[in-house]
Unconditional design. Structure first.
Length: 148
């Protein structure tokens, strides 16, 4: 009887220790550490992407810089609008550009977005240096886009 009791006690002790170990392993990663990792990944990505800049995208657009701002990759493009005014560019091209940019970022940056690293595309006029457009893309925005 004593032997049986001792075996059950040992079994309960081992089970209890194992359960605590499993609980510690499945615990959530600390949010502060997760944020630090996101910032580090975004910083490394921005540094790597910046190595080939400036980069001409098309006849009107040049990717000027890629920077990290608090786990958001910020792409800055310069648009050479030739004879068009900044106001006409904003009025005529905003909706089309927004649709194309957001769809493109949702597809091409899905891994970053899934990891909580957001993206901002900023378009600046080559003539006036005025910001023409800014499109902020998050995982949530891509989900909303897919739902439409």
């Amino acid at each position: 009887m004593k032997k049986c009791f001792l075996q059950w006690s040992l079994l309960l002790l081992v089970t209890s220790l194992f359960a605590k170990d499993v609980q510690m392993q499945t615990r959530e990663f600390p949010q502060e550490e997760l944020k630090k990792q996101k910032v580090l990944i975004a910083s490394l990505a921005a540094k790597e992407l910046s190595k080939t800049l400036p980069q001409k995208i098309d006849n009107y657009t040049t990717l000027q810089s890629v920077k990290n701002r608090d786990a958001t990759l910020v792409y800055t493009f310069v648009i050479n609008t030739a004879d068009k005014s900044d106001e006409s560019i904003i009025k005529e091209d905003h909706t089309r550009m927004q649709r194309v940019v957001i769809r493109g970022v949702c597809q091409s940056s899905a891994r970053f977005l899934d990891a909580g690293i957001n993206t901002s595309y900023i378009y600046v006029s080559a003539k006036s240096k005025k910001q023409l457009f800014r499109f902020d893309v998050t995982k949530e925005r891509c989900k909303n886009l897919a739902a439409n």
